[in-house]
Structures are given as C-alpha cells and as structure tokens.
Design a protein around this ligand. Structure first.
Ligand code: MHO
Length: 212
C-alpha cells in the first residue's frame, strides 16, 4: 500500500525528530516522511557526528489534500519556537519555493504576537537533506518487533518511503487519535490482528501528548 500521487515537500526542524515523525506521519495528506540532518555545512553527518546540522523532518505531502499553511500551523503548535537550545534541536523552516518562504515569514510574524520570549525560528532555503540512520526512521514503530514483522517491515530504507509505516509510527503513540485510525484501517489494508494491536496503543497514548 505505498501511495503514488504527486507530492510537494515541506521540511522542518522542531527539536528531537522522533516526535514530528510521529506527528506528521498521521497528518491527513502527508504521504511519507523521513528524518535527517539539515541546515549545516558538514558533509555526510551522522547522529554521533552531527557537525553544525539540526535534527529535521522532510515531508512529502499531497497538495490536493493538505496545504503548506496547514503544515505550518502544525509546526508552530507542536514545539516551542522560543526555546534556546543547541543547534541539534533548534527550530527551522526550510522553504522549497518563494510561496513557502512568504507563508513562513507571515506566520512567524503572527507568532511574535503570541509569545513573550523572542522566536528563535530561522527561515532558510532547503539545501541538502542528509537522511538519518535507518534506526531513527519511524522510531516509534520500530519499538514493536511483532508489528514490524506483521506489516512486512524491517529496519531498512523502506521505512522512508512506506505510507503505512508513516501512519502506524504515529498511531502507536496516539498521534492522529483513535477515531482517525478507525477510518484509516481499510485504506491502509491492515489485518484484524494488526488493527487490534495498533488500536490498543492508540487508545493508551491518545491523550498522553507527544513524547520523545
Ligand atoms: N532523548 C533521546 C533523544 C534522541 S533524539 C533522536 C536521547 O537522548 O537518545 O535526538
């Protein structure tokens, strides 16, 4: 059940990349996600040798199903854009075209009125996105060996292209919520066993808030 529709890109950094991977993975209109390192100059960064890069998420979305403006709204609402952290966890919007740049700048202005501390978010052009190691992709899904097997996944590059993996990686930590999950079961082609397994986790964590 890999989804093959025309997509556009959105790329953000909003602290530890496991959380936005789960959050955007269940956002309607998002087709696939990958986590990685971006914004810096070091060639071939790794988790242990990040250089001047920031943990980031790269999103392929279906523009007929979700707008970049909506993704920006989710970005602002799901991290602290005033947090003064290390470069690894800072807040960034990587724009892919002038329209994304304009929208990002507009929403940053709006945010300034909503916070007492200054916004640290930088809006910069999307450059090379260095994929993180496979063990960081769909990290929450990978904590469930049985589920991985049941959907035919292993720790490998397919985690970065699979729509089902993106969705389940969010649902297992309650992102998207159980009502949306129920509506997704048939579309994702999940078996009863898989659905029961994921539903339990989705219910358990639905109101727990994001965790990293
Ligand atoms: N709390 C986690 C963050 C990992 S994240 C991918 C850890 O310390 O391992 O930066």
């Amino acid at each position: 059940h890999d989804v093959d529709v025309p997509t556009k890109k959105a790329t953000f950094a909003m602290a530890c990349f496991w959380a936005p991977d789960a959050l955007f993975g269940t956002t309607p209109g998002v087709i696939r996600t990958r986590v990685g390192y971006a914004g810096g100059t070091k060639e071939g960064p790794t988790y242990r040798s990040l250089g001047d890069h920031t943990e980031s998420i790269d999103i392929d979305f279906d523009p007929s199903a979700v707008t970049f403006a909506k993704l920006l709204d989710i970005f602002w609402k799901n991290h602290d854009p005033t947090a003064r952290t290390t470069k690894q966890y800072t807040s960034l919007i990587f724009y892919h075209d002038d329209e994304q740049k304009k929208l990002a700048e507009q929403t940053l202005k709006e945010q300034e009125g909503k916070h007492t501390s200054p916004i640290v978010t930088q809006i910069i052009p999307a450059g090379t996105f260095w994929d993180a190691e496979d063990y960081h992709q769909k990290y929450r899904l990978q904590q469930h060996d049985w589920l991985m097997k049941a959907i035919g996944m292993k720790c490998g590059p397919k985690l970065k292209t699979s729509h089902v993996a993106a969705r389940l990686n969010g649902y297992v930590v309650g992102r998207g919520g159980v009502a949306q999950f129920e509506g997704d079961i048939a579309r994702l082609g999940l078996s009863d066993e898989v659905s029961d397994f994921v539903r339990k986790l989705c219910i358990k964590y639905e109101n727990a808030g994001p965790f990293c």
